[in-house]
Write a protein that binds this ligand. Structure first.
Ligand code: RB5
Length: 148
């Protein structure tokens, strides 16, 4: 299951990501926001990142105006590897090298077609493991040290 969240700046793009997931038959849970009225991105970033951190969602997609605020929030959560991507290459690397479990998009930065391509690429790419797993292990060790 993929958890989805946005603020008002990412609302429209989140809706377009839902269409892609529906087309592909991928289960998702939309945790809001549900319209274009102004809200605070930490409130929605938290909902998605908490679910991914607890293993209640396998992956997440977060969208705000730039993607920056959502990235900052999501990466506070242990086990979350949230990647803000601005093109298809970054989306591919986010999975292949970083095994990102949350993809973050900027609703005021990219259009719906670009977002679809990026989400599809992230979903279809495999994590390469090997030396990249070693790097992720170092991040996990840092989390243990910092948050225990
Ligand atoms: C909201 O205006 C905007 O600040 C937010 O969507 C996001 O871009 C923050 O990083």
């Amino acid at each position: 299951m993929i958890a989805l969240g946005s603020d008002h700046g990412g609302f429209e793009l989140k809706e377009s990501v839902k269409l892609l997931l529906k087309e592909r038959g991928i289960p998702f849970e939309d945790l809001g926001t549900n319209d274009g009225n102004s809200v605070d991105y930490p409130d929605f970033g938290e909902k998605v990142a908490r679910k991914v951190s607890l293993g209640e969602a396998e992956k997440g997609v977060l969208v705000c105006g730039t993607g920056i605020g959502m990235s900052i929030v999501a990466n506070k959560f242990p086990g979350v590897r949230a990647a803000l991507v601005a093109d298809v290459y970054m989306a591919k690397m986010a999975k292949q090298h970083n095994n990102a479990n949350i993809l973050v998009l900027g609703g005021r930065v990219i259009d719906e077609n670009e977002a679809s391509e990026m989400v599809a690429t992230w979903l279809d790419t495999q994590f390469e493991g090997g030396r990249h797993q070693g790097r992720l292990d170092k991040i996990a060790a840092l989390e243990k040290e910092l948050y225990r």
